[in-house]
Design a protein around this ligand. Structure first.
Ligand code: M6R
Length: 603
């Protein structure tokens, strides 16, 4: 997805912007560019490709000036190309704009501007913006007023950073339904679409709200409402992420670093304030209907949450994929939509949230990013505390989401008298032991999964089976294998095999079976035998000490005995590592899987 970074200060802007762009690479992009203002001239360098390639070709860091904006583009309107890359300018090269989001009425605006004599250089929706600013400046408006008038004409979502040669030390920024933060330095001001881009400079940030704009100069920031021009007093927030936390920490890839950070992510998420769980429980208990709305990996966490709420607390909730919410659900007053999203910016989930609000339902959320768009639309926003997740693959945010949802289920179960105090303490203590257990598992299975991955170098497809709470974990394993190793894969409740998917099994077909602890174990062994009888090759994840399972399969990954309800936190680890090693062995970059993006901000 697109990323923005801008700088107004006393240092040379281009190298800082270049560094910020690299920190935004994880969002996924296809082109990048920088604009700086120097000696009453706008300098622009941009192209299609990776930032390092563009820098090698155009030496971005050489650009002069103490003010500038940079952008990583993920194509929506117009193919990836130099012309379509941001920044975009007006016809006289005085105004430069970078934009995240989508301008829905751009065709109409483009027609108007063409009628006014403007010539367009790109196919983007963004290019209407510099021309509109120019149009209003030609009518005698000052730079920021022209931006204000422009914003009033735009429909859709936009985060904007804009420079103008006539006011070289200034950036004007606007936010509408696309995140934008301001970083405050001693004699410098920064703007970015997300926090890691500015971490080396400052930890003091202001989070813009929809309908706000800012004027940034060296060390000074003024925020106003776009519509009224009224000044807004914004809270300055301290971000507790260090730049190192957002870097690879000595590992070859962010994905591996983040897989290995999972014990800490669980530990930190266990620190959720008791009051927050109480407040959330109260809202959920009063709900006529609970929808757990999420996409991808977050949806798998939601499925675990649904299972835990039903089995432990006798609370029924529907886990629904966000993009299907508006197609298949009818939220009403009295209903609660519980949005789960690590980024808090996923467009499909945001849309579901907006549909819920429009229909009078309450919205609560669980995200990993303070101040993200979903949190800001929520009546109650809860946080997983996984730290920044840079790899496109969701790993540590998944275990954090599950940890949070389990705590919630324990809390509700106790409150509703579904479990005794003793049972509650036992489950909570076992959950508290998970950081140590997962640390040991990661130590043990890293080498084993690497070896297994090497054995499967030629595998073209693989199927995952599980039962009960093992099924969402199987789905997550399957998603990871597709996303990172590009291996075709599907996940099925093991009991469904005989209703169709078994036809796919032929000699040598890889089936990964999750034998989780609990009453379904016997039936899982039966399903494994169904696969073996057709020549399938079964890799099994099973509790250590389960000798019987070993007799039935070719290869076992033994995992510690934990409560069934906690098993997703343990079973997912070898599946993530397997996908990681298989992806690396096949020469893929696990941090930036093809065609995918970290923060999916289009529907
Ligand atoms: O930020 P979100 O949790 O809302 O993202 C949802 C999905 O896009 C995300 O989980 C995606 O499936 C992951 N890349 C999978 O690893």
């Amino acid at each position: 997805m697109c990323g923005i970074i801008g700088y107004a200060g006393t240092e040379k802007a281009a190298p800082l912007i270049l560094d910020g762009l690299k920190r935004l690479e994880y969002r996924g992009y296809d082109s990048a560019g920088i604009a700086t203002v120097s000696d009453n001239e706008l300098q622009i360098k941009k192209d299609q490709g990776k930032i390092d390639e563009i820098n090698n070709e155009l030496t971005l860091s050489d650009m002069n000036g103490n003010t500038g904006i940079g952008h990583t583009r993920w194509a929506t309107h117009g193919a990836p190309s130099q012309n379509n890359a941001h920044p975009h300018t007006d016809n006289e090269n005085k105004i430069a704009v970078v934009h995240n989001g989508i301008i829905e009425n751009y065709s109409e605006l483009r027609e108007f501007l063409v009628g006014e004599g403007y010539e367009f250089q790109s196919e983007t929706d963004t290019e209407v913006i510099p021309h509109l600013v120019d149009h209003f400046m030609n009518q005698g408006k000052k730079f920021e007023d022209a931006v204000r008038n422009t914003a009033a004409r735009l429909e859709g979502s936009y985060a904007l950073a804009i420079t103008f040669v006539g006011e070289p030390g200034k950036l004007v920024i606007v936010r509408e339904q696309s995140p934008l933060i301001v970083g405050l330095g001693a004699d410098e001001s920064l703007v970015a679409s997300d926090i890691p881009a500015i971490l080396p400079h400052t930890k003091r940030v202001i989070i813009l709200d929809d309908g706000e704009m800012g004027v940034l100069t060296a060390g000074n920031v003024e925020i106003t409402r776009v519509e009224s021009g009224e000044t807004v007093e914004k809270e300055i927030q301290e971000v507790d992420w260090s730049p190192e936390m957002a870097e690879k920490g000595g590992h070859p890839h962010f994905m591996l670093k983040e897989i290995l950070e999972q014990p800490d992510a669980i530990q930190n998420t266990l620190r959720v304030p008791e009051g927050e769980l109480g407040e959330l429980s109260k809202i959920l208990e009063k709900a006529d209907h609970i929808y757990l709305v999420a996409c991808g990996t977050s949806h798998h966490a939601a499925l675990v949450g649904k299972y835990a709420l039903a089995k432990l607390a006798d609370v029924s909730a529907e886990a629904i994929i966000s993009s299907e919410f508006q197609e298949s659900c009818v939220p009403k007053e009295g209903d609660v939509v519980f949005a789960i999203s690590q980024s808090g910016e996923t467009a499909d989930t945001l849309k579901a949230v907006r549909v819920a609000i429009e229909n009078g339902a309450k919205v609560v959320s669980l995200t990993n990013v303070v101040g993200s768009s979903i949190t800001r639309l929520s009546e109650l926003s809860c946080l997983t505390r996984a730290g920044p997740e840079i790899g496109v693959a969701a790993t540590k945010t998944f275990v954090s989401q599950i940890t949070y949802l389990l705590l919630l289920a324990f809390h509700m179960a106790r409150k509703r008298g579904q479990i005794s105090g003793e049972e509650f303490n036992d489950m909570a203590n076992q959950l508290r032991g998970l950081p140590d257990i997962t640390r040991e598992v990661l130590d043990e299975v890293n080498t084993q999964t690497k070896k297994i991955g090497e054995e499967y170098t030629d595998i073209k497809r693989g199927y995952f089976i599980g039962r009960g709470i093992g099924f969402p974990t199987a789905m997550e394993g399957s998603l990871k294998l597709k996303e990172i190793a590009y291996v075709h894969s599907g996940a099925y409740p093991a009991g469904e095999l005989k209703h169709g998917p078994l036809a796919l099994v032929e000699p040598g077909t890889l089936v990964i079976a999750l034998v989780t602890p609990g009453p379904a174990r016997e039936r899982m062994i039966g399903n494994i035998e169904e696969v073996r009888a057709r020549g399938g090759k079964v890799l099994t994840l099973a509790p250590e000490g389960d000798k019987e399972v070993k007799e039935h399969v070719e290869e076992v990954i033994s995992l510690p005995q934990v409560l069934e309800i906690l098993s997703p936190l343990v079973y997912v680890l070898p599946l993530q590592l397997l996908a990681y090693h298989m992806g690396v062995d096949r020469g893929h970059d696990p941090d930036k899987p093809r065609h995918l993006a970290k923060s999916v901000t289009v529907e």
